[in-house]
Design a protein around this ligand. Structure first.
Ligand code: ZN
Length: 345
C-alpha cells in the first residue's frame, strides 16, 4: 500500500490486494468527475463506484436516509477524490447498476458488481478501504513534509554560502549590483516556496519605487485554482494592498516567461514594466509562442525585459522536473500526477 509500489495493471481481474492498492493511488488525486471518467478512465470509475457500493448491504436493503448517510461518509473519507455529492453519486450507482433500488423505490442495496471486481468484493469491507486510503494519504503528507524539510535545509545552506560571499565582498558591491537581478533573486526565492509545496517552481515579485509590494508563487494544485500562477498571485496581493486593481508604476518580476493568461492580466493591471527570467518555449506569451506585448491592437502600457538571471531561473525548473522524473521512476509519485511537464500547473 505504500507509494513505493509499481502502478497497478487493472486490465486483469482484480484481487482484493490490487483493489486496495489502486484505490490508494487514486486517493492522492482530487476533483475526479464521474461523468468525465466514463470514457478512458472507466475501470478506475468502476473501482470507485464498487468501493462506494461496498458501503451498502448486499442482502436486505436500507432506507434512503441510511443509504445517503453511508454515501456521505464514503465521500468524506475513502471517496474524497470524487467531485460529487451523495445524491449525484447515488444516481450514478443506480444508473450503472452498482446499487439496486427496490420496486417501491425506497430501499437500496448493493447491486451486481462488474465481473472483474466481484471476487475481490467478497473479501473486502468498507472499513478496509477507508484504512488503505487513510494510510496512503498519510504517507503522501509525510513525503511532502520530507521534501519541504529537505528544501529548507538546502535553502539554509545556500543562504550561508551567500552570506559568506557577501562578507567577502566590499560592503558597497552587493548594493551596487543590478537591482533587476536583486529582485529577480527574490522571485527565485518565491519559486523555491512553490517547489517546497510540490508545485512547479515559478515565483514573482511586484516592486514600486524600489519597494517590494507583493510576492507570489505558482500554486494551482494546492489552491485548486487553474489561475493561481505566480504572476496572478502577486498581482492579487499587490492590488489588495493598494486597494486598486490598477498597478500603475509597478514592475513585475517573474522567473518564467508569462503565459497568455498572465500576459493579459498584466496588461489589464497596467503593469509598467515586466521583467522575466527564463523563456518558456511551451506557453510563453512574450515572444516564445506568441508575443502579446508586440500586438499593437492591444492597448497596453508594459515595457518588457527578458532574460534576467535566466540561467538560474531555467535551472531551477529543470532541476525540479529532473527530481520529479526520478521520484516517478522510483514510484514515489502517483503515476498520473503532473502529466504536463513544462506547464506551470
Ligand atoms: Zn501564467
Amino acid at each position: 500500500m505504500n507509494s513505493g509500489t509499481t502502478p497497478v495493471d487493472v486490465s486483469q481481474v482484480i484481487t482484493a490486494e490490487l483493489w486496495l492498492r489502486r484505490l490508494a493511488e487514486l486517493s492522492r488525486r482530487r476533483g475526479l468527475a464521474i461523468g468525465a471518467m466514463l470514457g478512458a478512465a472507466r475501470r478506475d470509475l468502476d473501482l470507485l463506484l464498487a468501493s462506494a457500493a461496498l458501503h451498502l448491504p448486499a442482502g436486505d436493503g436500507v432506507g434512503e436516509r441510511e443509504a445517503s448517510e453511508q454515501l456521505r461518509q464514503f465521500l468524506a473519507t475513502t471517496g474524497a477524490m470524487l467531485d460529487t455529492d451523495h445524491a449525484e453519486l447515488r444516481r450514478w450507482l443506480v444508473d450503472l447498476g452498482f446499487v439496486e433500488r427496490s420496486d417501491r423505490g425506497s430501499d437500496y442495496r448493493r447491486g451486481a458488481l462488474p465481473s472483474w471486481l466481484r471476487d475481490a468484493a467478497e473479501q473486502l469491507q468498507a472499513a478496509q478501504l477507508a484504512e488503505a486510503v487513510e494510510r496512503s494519504r498519510a504517507e503522501h503528507e509525510r513525503e511532502r513534509q520530507a521534501r519541504k524539510q529537505d528544501w529548507l535545509a538546502r535553502a539554509a545552506a545556500a543562504i550561508e554560502v551567500k552570506e559568506e560571499r557577501a562578507a567577502e565582498d566590499d560592503a558597497g558591491r552587493l548594493h551596487a549590483a543590478d537591482p533587476d537581478a536583486i529582485f529577480m533573486a527574490m522571485a527565485l526565492d518565491q519559486a523555491h516556496n512553490g517547489w517546497a509545496m510540490g508545485e512547479v517552481p515559478v515565483g514573482a515579485v511586484i516592486v514600486r519605487d524600489g519597494q517590494v509590494l507583493a510576492t507570489g508563487f505558482n500554486q494551482p494544485i494546492a489552491n485548486h485554482d487553474p489561475t493561481a500562477h505566480a504572476e496572478i498571485q502577486a498581482m492579487r496581493a499587490a492590488a489588495a494592498l493598494l486597494g486598486n486593481y490598477r498597478l500603475s508604476g509597478c514592475t513585475l518580476y517573474v522567473t518564467l516567461e508569462p503565459c497568455a493568461m498572465c500576459a493579459g492580466a498584466i496588461q489589464h493591471a497596467r503593469i509598467a514594466r515586466l521583467v522575466y527570467g527564463a523563456s518558456d518555449p511551451k506557453t510563453g506569451a512574450c515572444g516564445s509562442v506568441v508575443d502579446l506585448f508586440a500586438e499593437a491592437r492591444l492597448n497596453h502600457h508594459t515595457v518588457v525585459n527578458a532574460g534576467v538571471l535566466a540561467d538560474r531561473c531555467g535551472r531551477l525548473l529543470s532541476d525540479f522536473f529532473a527530481e520529479r522524473r526520478a521520484l516517478r521512476r522510483a514510484g514515489a509519485l502517483p503515476i498520473d500526477a503532473w502529466d504536463d511537464d513544462g506547464d506551470q500547473a
